[in-house]
Ligand binder design. Sequence first.
Ligand SMILES: *Cc1c(COP(=O)(O)O)cnc(C)c1O
Length: 469
Amino acid sequence: MTFDFNAFMRQIPSMSDLLNLPWVPPMEELLGRSAVKSVFAEVIGEFREMIRTGKISSVDGESIVREARARLAQRSTLSLRRVLNGTGVVVHTNLGRSPLPLEVMRQVEEVAAGYSTLEFSLDEGVRGHRNQHVEWLLCQLTGADGAVVVNNNAAAVLLCLAGLASGREVIVSRGELVEIGGSFRIPEILSFAGAKMVEVGTTNRTHLSDYESAISDSTAVLLKVHPSNFRIEGFHCSVDRQQLAQLAVARGLTLVEDLGSGLLEPLDNGMLTSEPTVKECLSQGVDLVTFSGDKLLGGPQIGVIAGRRQLTDRLKRHPLMRAFRVDKMTLAAFEGILRMMLQGRGDQIPARAMLSERPEKIKKRAQKIAAACRRRIRERSIPGDARVIPVEDAVGGGAFPAVPLNGYGVALDLPSLGGASRVQRLFRKTVPPVVLGVDEGMPCLHVRTLLSGEEMLFMKALDHVLGVR
Ligand SMILES: *Cc1c(COP(=O)(O)O)cnc(C)c1O
């Protein structure tokens, strides 16, 4: 029997067949005609290719139409949108790290929707500097006498090294040559900054004498890096900040510390006490500290360099500054966050509130949610249950890796819907989508990271999922 390639190809609907389908006009309104056509062309092309290469042995027009429709539906929905975080990871990098307070978002809206003082001095009616909106606030909160902000902490570290150590040597302990989040690697940042890396010590032990003997005429910076989510247990030691600071002073070097998380005030739950605050680091003699705005500070994505004014002023004039400068919406949000901190209202910043939430309170909230879930499951006579279980939450963002947060979750036992991963997938398709964890083999809503008022949205999502059979 010969394979009738052409007859096979004729099964594929034509472009005009597809364009005439009744559900196309609303899609055209959302995406425009040419984008709709390009999606159809893409799908038709894929099916042709699959026939040509023998990947499929039968084809029907309907499955092509179905595929084209699904793809257009996906392309016409907002791609970057809100989700409910049911993972219990507070600073969840994949879910946008820190949710911002609504009062701060109102400031962002005003600045973004109109013109603003971004680089304008109202006193003098002349050009101002965007850094000015946050520098004084940062100095108040950290005890620094100068501060510069850039796009993120990776940029902050790069700017420090490019500005202070280009063409010179930077000494760093082998125990701190870490990679953070897959793409931030200290050796690569150093080489990109044009600095020569001088490694000292071993992975687990570095002594002051290791630093001392590595210093040469071309040394510019001693770099200390927060190991982030990398931990060495057992036989290890590193040199403490004060000793490094004394050494830097004695030898005329700059001590830079990449602190990562940026704790400005301790969190008031008595648990997360192992992290030094930015103020402590600076008072122990670090010249420049860098940290992120959207980790433990709970603000927008931003990188801060705080410390000695003479150095921060030098960095402000660096050509990279133009590439790393912060956008107005981010600056507006960051100013709002810093003012809340200064007013002693850090506990009203969502990420900080979630981090210091007491387990008993989380449990009470979980019990209410579980009861509401059970009612819905029973109403629909679906076999299953919703139970409150203890779970381990996490700070995330590389902070406090060794400290699990005790939390509670609502485990959904819904055997008729399939396994945990299928139920997770169903929840990712609701509006808004919900990202759940898995505990004890069941899909589980970690209640800590559900923002206040999101309970109703979760119930709507559950209704939707229970309606899917
Ligand atoms: C998170 C982190 C970074 C990267 O910060 P971003 O704000 O993500 O650019 C760098 N260093 C340390 C120690 C970190 O924890």
